[in-house]
Design a protein around this ligand. Structure first.
Ligand SMILES: [Fe+2]
Ligand SMILES: [Fe+2]
Length: 193
């Protein structure tokens, strides 16, 4: 499907404020891709589609997870995680996206995972810091993102994990693994600097 057609279709499936968020993620993902050497076209495509299922009924998201062999344990964790995996499925199934790198960037944009690819990091961080985001510490993460993709993501995940702890909620293991893995990467880079 053509970029413009995908954009129109995605836009029609969400409220205007979420579309504004998607535009912000597109813009920020392209900037980060250019800054850190990822493919800006892939970053933009993943950003366009990253929240495609966000406003679908949760039962529909759960059905996709159950019927298409997506990780069933997702259903035991926060519903916020479901749209990312369902979204990757829909990107491939309905929009014909075949690029596994793009699909993974959609799939892991909320949770992260161990050893994230460059494109996954770019899209996940863009989702945290796009211009419309306003949460405590977002400006700090934006500043860190000027010089380190990994350190900015560690700050993002730390905030998410602290928030979940505060709320007494469960923490999806991939998010812990993502943060641990990024800390190792930063350490390794610093040792070889
Ligand atoms: Fe999302
Ligand atoms: Fe998002």
């Amino acid at each position: 499907m053509k970029r413009e057609d995908i954009i129109e279709s995605v836009r029609s499936q969400m409220p205007e404020r979420r579309w504004q968020h998607t535009l912000g993620v597109m813009e920020t993902a392209i900037q980060l891709a250019n800054r850190y050497g990822a493919d800006p076209d892939k970053a933009e495509l993943a950003a366009i589609l990253h929240d495609v299922c966000k406003y679908w009924p949760v039962e529909e998201q759960a059905r996709i997870i159950r019927e298409h062999g997506l990780p069933a344990e997702l259903l035991d964790y926060d519903k916020e995680l479901w749209h990312a995996h369902a979204g990757a499925f829909v990107a491939k199934d309905r929009y014909g996206v075949a690029d596994e790198e793009v699909l993974d960037a959609i799939r892991y944009h909320t949770s992260g995972r161990e050893r994230m690819t460059l494109l996954e990091k770019v899209v996940c961080l863009a989702d945290y810091i796009e211009p419309g985001r306003d949460f405590p510490n977002v400006n700090n993460i934006r500043e860190i993102a000027e010089h380190s993709l990994e350190k900015a993501l560690i700050a993002g995940f730390s905030g998410t994990i602290a928030f979940l702890l505060e709320k007494g909620k469960k923490i999806y293991p991939l998010t812990m693994q993502a943060r641990n893995s990024l800390i190792d990467e930063v350490k390794l880079k610093e040792e070889h600097a």
